[in-house]
Design a protein around this ligand. Structure first.
Ligand code: GZL
Length: 323
């Protein structure tokens, strides 16, 4: 049963309880909201932390039934599962879009079925913002500008950069690439040795850097658009008998600041790591509870994030972190 979020919460709860009847695991007075979540995949530590945050939040104890789907980084899988959520008449659809384009048709189907769509993490490129209720995620261009400014201040002028891009067409790749490309224009002494996508995976990051080192390319910086590609780059650098990180042959810049990424930053194998916070579960829970209460969420919500310099990072700082 679809209930307009504009109704007072008490009436929503009463109607939900009647509609769900004995099907709900919650007691009759507590509604169970069915949430369909289309996740990008399981390509990185960041993605695993994001999935865990959602699964830890959307539990029956918290009044939800979560239908989780891993799209294995394929947009067609996401479109198909969102269409399935519409047919199942879930109460909410949460979508972490793998790339920005191609969403208008299926989101129109959700809108026609009066099912709110909440976007998390990456953004979509649509003209009509009414196709989604709201978005919560990161400012990827800002993340990249922070990294580039740190490079300018700390790595000097003679930079020979390997750029490991994320999934082409994803907001994280678009924003982080724009930042580096702006930095290359502003710092003409910086040289882009190679720019390739590692699909946010460790294996492809390692493959790219291995091939470049074997070909004798002169490299002194790896700009990896996520931790897992940085992990692969570091493995390749060390396999080639070189050193990565602070005072090493090749400086490494990374994004995500996952626990594994910050451990390598603490070990000074990553010079600088920009956080991209994946803990969207509680944020989406708050949005849904506000919608159920008849409140209208902000259309776009950017999460606040920090950055970590290996030379000032401490174990205590790692101990305090949630992912
Ligand atoms: C960023 C997210 C990216 C991470 C990668 O918000 O979309 O996707 O940076 C992940 O680790 O694969």
């Amino acid at each position: 049963m679809k209930i307009k979020a504009a109704l007072p919460l008490a009436l929503c709860l009463a109607l939900c309880a009647c509609a769900l009847g004995s099907a709900s695991a919650a007691s009759p007075s507590e509604p169970v909201l069915i949430v369909g979540f289309s996740q990008v995949g399981a390509e990185s530590d960041w993605r695993a932390a994001n999935t865990k945050s959602m699964q830890d939040t959307f539990t029956e104890d918290n009044g939800y039934k979560l239908i989780f789907h891993d799209a294995q980084q394929k947009q067609e899988n996401q479109i198909n599962v969102v269409r399935g959520f519409v047919q199942q008449e879930v109460d909410y659809i949460v979508l972490a879009p793998v790339t920005e384009s191609g969403w208008a048709t299926v989101l129109q189907e959700a809108e026609d079925a009066d099912i709110p769509v909440i976007l998390v993490d990456r953004m979509i490129d649509v003209l009509d913002y009414s196709l989604f209720t709201c978005w919560v995620g990161s400012d990827f261009r800002k993340e990249s500008d922070i990294a580039v400014e740190w490079m300018r201040e700390n790595l000097g002028t003679d930079l020979k950069i390997v750029h490991l891009q994320g999934t082409i067409g994803s907001s994280a790749q678009i924003g982080r690439t724009e930042g580096l490309e702006a930095g290359l224009l502003e710092n003409p002494s910086w040289k882009l040795v190679s720019q390739q996508t590692g699909e946010f995976t460790e294996a492809k990051g390692q493959e790219i850097v291995e091939a470049l080192l074997e070909s004798g390319e002169d490299i002194n910086v790896v700009f990896a658009e996520n931790d897992n590609m940085a992990f692969g780059a570091i493995a390749a650098i060390e396999a080639a008998g070189k050193t990565a990180g602070v005072g090493g042959d090749i400086a490494v810049i990374s994004f995500d600041a996952t626990s594994a990424g910050l451990q390598l930053t603490l070990e000074r194998k990553i010079n600088f790591n920009v956080e991209c916070n994946p803990l969207h579960g509680p944020r989406v829970d708050a949005i849904i509870k506000n919608l159920e209460g008849g409140m209208k969420p902000e259309k776009l919500t950017y999460v606040s994030e920090q950055a970590f310099d290996a030379t000032t990072l401490t174990q205590a700082m790692l101990d305090d972190r949630l992912y």
